[in-house]
Design a protein around this ligand. Sequence first.
Ligand code: GAP
Length: 403
Amino acid sequence: ILGLDSSIIMQSDVFMYSGHLDTFSDPLVDCRTCRARWRADHLKEQKCPGCGSTDLTDPRPFNLMMKTTIGPIEDPSAVAYLRPETAQGIFVNFKHIVDSMNPKLPFGVAQIGKSFRNEITPRHFIFRVREFEQMELEFFVRPGDDESWHDYWVKERMAWWVRQGLELDRLTAFHQPKEELSHYSKATVDLLYQFPHGLEELEGIANRTDFDLGSHSKDQDELNLTANVKKNAHAVQRLAIKDLNDGSWIVPYVIEPSAGVERGVFAVLSAAYTKEQLDNGEERVVLKLKPHIAPVKVAVIPLLKNHDGLVEYAQKVVQMLKRQNLGWVVLECAGSIGKAYRRHDEIGTPFCVTVDFATIGEDAANGAKDTVTVRWRDTLKQERLSLDELCQFVKTQLEESAL
Ligand code: GAP
C-alpha cells in the first residue's frame, strides 16, 4: 500500500467525470413558514423541526461540493471545487503512481487529508461537519477478485476499529440496499457505531468497480468497462495496467475503505470515557484510551514539586524515556500527587511514574535507589521498577496495545 498526498482544490472536469457534479447531492426542503432549510431524509415526519409547520417545499437536490474559482478571471472555465472525498486525487494520479512505483495487482493507494462538504445540517459535535479529515484506501484488484477482497476489507477494518478500543458489540456491518448505493458503487458495507446520539455510520467500505478509472480514461471502447461507466471524449490518459501474461489492458476494480477521522475520534472518545466509584466514595473520571493512541504516554511526577533533588531526578527520567521515542512524555509538577493522578486519568495517560525519596536514595525502607513506582491508569495497580525495566515495560505495553 502506497501513500499519497494529492491536491485539495481540483478542476471541475475531475468532478464531471467522477459523477459528483450530477449526483453528489442531498434532498433539501424549505419551510415556507420560518424559512429554515432541512435535509428531507432527516425529517421524522413531514414537519419543520424548527417551528413545527407542515408547509414545506418539495425536496430538490442540493449539490454538496464547495465551489471556488482558479485564477484572476471568474468565467466558467475557472470553476473548481474543494474535494468532497480524497479518493479522486488517487484516481487522477493513478498513471503517475503506476509509472513511478510499478506496482502489481493487487495494490493499494492510501491518503489522509481534508475533505469539504457543504452539509445542510452539520451536527452532533464532530459527527457531521463541513470540513473534515478522511482516511481512504483505494485497493486495486483484478476484476473478478473484487468480491472476496471486499469481504476481506470489511473484516479487516472492523478488527482495526476494535484494536483502537471500540467495543465489538457497538459495531455493526450494514449492507446498503441496492437503491441506496452511491452512483459509483456495486456494493457498500457501512460500519455503523453506537454513538452517544444513536447508531450511525463510522466508515463505508465500497466496491467501486472500474467506475472511476473507467470514467477518467480515454480509449473507453477498447477497455471492456462495465456499463456503469460514463463515456466521455475528453479524458487524455488510459488509466489501466498491462497484464504481463497476455499484454492486454486491465482496468482494475477498486475496493475502498473510507473513514472519517472526526467520527473515529468521537467513537474512540465515547468508548473510552468512564466514570468510576472509588472505595473511598469519590468519583473518578478515566479516559481508558488504549496506550498506543493515548496522546500522553507517561507522566513523570516528583513526589514533592518543590524538592530540587526529586524534580531533577524526574527530569532525568523524562529525558531517558524521550530518548526511547515512545511518544509524548511529560514532567508533571503541578498540584499534589493525587491531583496529578486524577488529571492524567482524565486525559487518558496510561502510566504515571513517581519519583520519591527511595528513588534518590533517601528512604531505603520504601524501595531501592534508582527505582520508581509505575501506576496503571485503569487498574490503579502500582509496581516498583528499575529505570531499565521502566523503559522496557513502557515499550512492551505500547507494542502490545496496538496488536
Ligand atoms: N470516498 C467515499 C466517501 O467519501 P462517504 O460515505 O461519503 O464515502 C466516508 O464518506 C466517510 O467520511 C464517512 O463514513 C464518514 O466517516 C466521513 N464523513 C462523511 N461526511 C462527513 C461529514 N460531513 N463530517 C464528518 N465526517 C464525514
